[in-house]
Design a protein around this ligand. Structure first.
Ligand code: MN
Length: 376
């Protein structure tokens, strides 16, 4: 099954606290996302600012292979702004949970339903392709969610989305809501948008896809509001590599994942945690003697993904857990071949330093090696 990847790094990702990008930066990121092979780039929220509109225009004019989409509220003003910005594809939304209807919007369910249908119909009349999301879907009364998604599908929405806006869904519930939506949307593709408040964004996204969702909204490095969104790299690699009874395909060129992650991390100024799956500094790093020895024999002993698949390499680090083989492998990369006796002496010094809490960089290792080679 082909899963459509809808990237929202430039919209939900940019809503990360402390982040704001210039139109030029957004264009640079859009080009990277296009090269990576995402199906849709959500370029931003055009009504927000002139810069957002300029960015959306620049990205649309670039003639990328990815489709370009912009977010709008479900009203004529926002939809008109999207059209004036040159967009031909929008992602619109209405909040549907009781808490949002009562406290945020002061609307009844009937009013929300009418607003959603009218917005989809209006956008269609203006020639737009429309994706519709029921905000806070996972806290929405289940019967009402099914009803509104069915109505907007009948009104001509291109895709209906189930956003887990507060990240509170379980994988099981996400699957149930996806099946509900599929049964009511009568052929309209269903998409999922999951947040990571419980660390389940990717699990929930996978669960939606397993239940038949054809599209997922994700971000690079999992950035996004609060604890972030489902991460594109984790989802794409999971779909490609995990053992399922069905084959899943995306347009993602996985070997470009690491480079894209690093680029976006640098432009946005958000570091990725070292132990983050796929793109974290330590995701393919080894120090421990038992692991390193086995890895040098066959990398699959302690890794389930080949780092080359995502554009990376194994890294072996030297520290207090290192053994002779690991040390020789690291020094071998510098063309240094110590004798067995020298290796042991280098390791003794490394371990003594590490026990003092010193982190051994390659520069320090080379210094220690030089000193040991100088000894009689
Ligand atoms: Mn979101």
């Amino acid at each position: 099954m082909r899963v459509r990847i809808f990237d929202t790094t430039l919209r939900d990702g940019e809503q990360t606290v402390g982040i704001s990008l210039t139109p030029d930066q957004k264009l640079d990121i859009a080009k990277k996302l296009d090269a990576l092979g995402v199906d849709v780039i959500e370029a931003g929220f055009p009504t927000t600012s002139e810069g957002e509109r300029q960015a959306a225009r620049m990205i649309t004019d670039e003639g990328l292979s990815s489709e370009i989409c912009g977010m709008t509220r479900a009203n004529k003003k926002d939809i008109d702004v999207a059209v004036d910005t040159g967009l031909s594809y929008i992602n619109t939304f209405v909040a549907t949970s009781d808490i949002h209807l009562e406290h945020n919007r002061e609307m009844t369910k009937t009013q929300a339903l009418e607003q959603a249908v009218e917005a989809v119909e209006y956008a269609k009349s203006r020639g737009l392709k429309v994706e519709f999301g029921a905000v806070d879907a996972t806290r929405t009364e289940r019967g009402f969610l099914k009803e509104i998604l069915g109505e907007v599908a009948r009104a001509g929405a291109y895709t209906v989305t189930i956003p887990d806006t507060t990240g509170c869904a379980t994988p099981e519930y996400m699957a149930e809501l996806t099946r509900d939506a599929i049964s009511t949307a009568a052929g309209t593709p269903v998409s999922v948008h999951c947040h990571n408040d419980f660390g389940l964004a990717v699990a929930n996204t996978l669960s939606g896809i397993r239940a038949g969702a054809a599209c997922a909204q994700v971000t690079i490095n999992g950035i996004g509001e609060r604890a972030g969104n489902a991460s594109l790299e984790e989802l794409a690699v999971a779909l490609k590599c995990l053992r399922y009874d069905q084959k899943y395909e995306t347009g993602i060129k996985t070997e470009l994942i690491y480079d894209t992650s690093r680029f976006i991390s640098k432009v946005m100024g958000i570091q990725v945690q070292p132990n983050k799956a796929i793109v974290g500094d330590n995701a393919f790093s080894h120090e421990d003697e038992i692991h390193t020895d086995a890895m040098l024999d066959n990398p699959m002993t302690y890794e389930s993904i080949s780092p080359e698949l995502v554009g990376r390499k194994h890294q072996i680090y030297v520290g207090k857990h290192t053994g002779v083989h690991g040390l020789d492998a690291v020094l071998g990369d510098y063309g240094i071949r110590p004798t067995e006796e020298q290796s042991r002496r280098i390791l003794d010094r490394v371990k003594a330093s590490a026990d003092q809490g010193v982190r051994i960089t390659d520069a320090q290792l080379l210094l220690i090696t030089r000193e040991v080679f100088g000894e009689k």
